[in-house]
Design a protein around this ligand. Structure first.
Ligand code: SF4
Length: 235
């Protein structure tokens, strides 16, 4: 009984903090209309590294991490991205000028990048011949033109129908056994040629990897994705 009250309390707190983060976003957009048009974005960090996860793992790419996320995954490893108001509002021209020095492929991640208008950023990158990839929960309406769309759905806030249709890659994080059922339900919603990955949540790596191995051997439409950048000790 007490643990049920605890779960309900945690759920309530998560909802409240998601609401506060949403209000932060709306307030920021009022203060700087470039956020509404996508001409500027709250930039958390941008760096050249190796993509550690999923279909493109092992490739050198430039990451652009956009601040702002109200999904509230309790195991999130970038909680500092959640509040958009603590990240500098950065003109996309500056973001693009920097990115084009490093790589012909940019991965836009967050936070949740689709909380913002992604068309100016992706069109700007593409005008320099840069391929645009996104990592998203898909919970917000689609924006941007993408060469690769990695959908990582979250139970707290499910993807839109458009995100399922657009996904090139479905990456489901496995934190507990129930997540295998969730993964299979999500796989039914994407296109037949979408690449399917199961990835252990980092803090439960040791417990979940044997279950994932067993599951994929019984369900070979899935492939394993590991956060290899964490093993390589790179960002
Ligand atoms: S959607 Fe991503 S950034 Fe947002 S809380 Fe979940 S794991 Fe963190």
């Amino acid at each position: 009984m007490l643990s049920l009250i605890g779960i309900k309390y945690t759920f309530f707190l998560t909802k409240i903090s998601c609401l506060i983060l949403y209000l932060y976003k709306m307030d920021l957009k009022k203060k700087d209309e470039r956020l509404e048009t996508g001409e500027a974005l709250p930039l958390m960090e941008a760096y050249y590294t190796i993509q550690g996860e999923g279909y493109h793992k092992g490739s050198a790419v430039f990451f652009i991490r956009i601040g702002g996320c109200d999904i509230g995954c309790h195991w999130c490893d970038v909680k500092e991205s959640w509040n958009p108001s603590i990240h500098p509002i950065t003109d996309i021209k500056d973001i693009i000028d920097n990115a084009k020095n490093f790589s012909d492929t940019v991965i836009v991640t967050g936070g949740e990048p689709l909380m913002w208008n992604m068309f100016p950023l992706t069109d700007g990158l593409r005008s320099f011949g840069i391929k645009t990839h996104i990592e998203t929960s898909g919970a917000y309406p689609l924006s941007g033109n993408w060469d690769w769309f990695c959908l990582s759905p979250k139970k707290n806030k499910l993807p839109t129908n458009g995100a399922y249709e657009r996904a090139d890659e479905l990456k489901v994080i496995i934190h507990n056994k129930d997540d295998f059922n969730f993964a299979d339900l999500q796989a039914k919603k994407v296109n037949i040629d979408c690449k399917l990955f199961l990835q252990p949540e980092w803090s439960r790596n040791k417990k979940m990897i044997p279950l994932i191995v067993d599951y994929i051997m019984k369900n070979p439409k899935w492939k394993v994705s590991l956060q290899t950048h964490k093993y390589l000790n790179i960002p």
